[in-house]
Design a protein around this ligand. Structure first.
Ligand SMILES: [Zn+2]
Length: 166
C-alpha cells in the first residue's frame, strides 16, 4: 500500500528524567559553578511503517532503551572528556577536576559520569543520547527508521533539540 504521509512516534515519560550536576565552560575564561538540573528527555523517531505490526517502532522497546540511557547518567556529576579547559585525573576512588590547570573539585569517582562531549550543554547531551540510542537501535537491527530527534530540557521552557537523518 502506498502512503504519502510519514509517521513518527514520540516518547516522553515521567521517568525519562535525570537529576544530575554539571557546569559548563564559556568562551574566554569563564566557567560556571557546579549546579544541578532535573533534565527531561523526549525522543521522536520517524520511519517507515512496519506493515506486519503497523507501527514505526515498538513503544515498549523505545521506552526501555530511553529509560536505561537516562538512568545511566541519573544522580551523577556530568563531566566532559573532550573539554581542553577541564582536566580530569583519578586518585584512588576520587576524581580531581581542574579548570585551566587549577584544582576545582574532587568527586567520588562512582558519582561521576564521564561523557565524550566537549561541554555538558543540553545540545551536547541531546546529541550524545541520540548517538547512544542509535547504537542500541543498530545493535538490535532496527530497520526503516529515517530520523531521530532528541530533545533535552534542563529547565522549564529551556530545551535543546538535536535531529539526525538516518
Ligand atoms: Zn546548568
Amino acid at each position: 500500500m502506498n502512503r504519502r504521509g510519514e509517521f513518527r512516534v514520540t516518547v516522553t515519560k515521567d521517568y525519562l528524567v535525570f537529576a544530575s550536576a554539571h557546569f559548563i565552560t564559556f568562551a574566554g575564561h569563564r566557567c560556571e559553578g557546579l549546579h544541578g538540573h532535573n533534565y527531561r528527555a523526549r525522543v521522536t523517531i520517524e520511519g517507515a511503517l512496519n506493515e506486519e505490526s503497523w507501527f514505526v517502532f515498538d513503544f515498549v522497546v523505545l521506552k526501555k532503551i530511553m529509560r536505561r540511557l537516562c538512568d545511566e547518567i541519573d544522580h551523577k556529576v556530568l563531566l566532559p572528556l573532550g573539554n581542553p579547559k577541564i582536566q580530569l585525573s583519578e586518585a584512588g576512588d576520587s576524581l580531581n577536576v581542574a579548570y585551566e590547570g587549577k584544582p576545582r573539585y574532587v568527586f567520588p569517582k562512582a558519582d561521576c559520569a564521564l561523557l565524550p562531549v566537549p561541554n555538558t550543554t543540553v545540545e551536547m547531551l541531546a546529541e550524545l543520547l541520540t548517538k547512544r540510542l542509535r547504537a542500541e537501535l543498530d545493535a538490535m537491527g532496527a530497520r526503516g527508521l529515517t530520523m531521530i530527534e532528541m530533545e533535552v530540557e534542563e529547565n522549564f521552557g529551556q530545551t535543546a533539540v538535536y535531529r539526525v537523518r538516518l
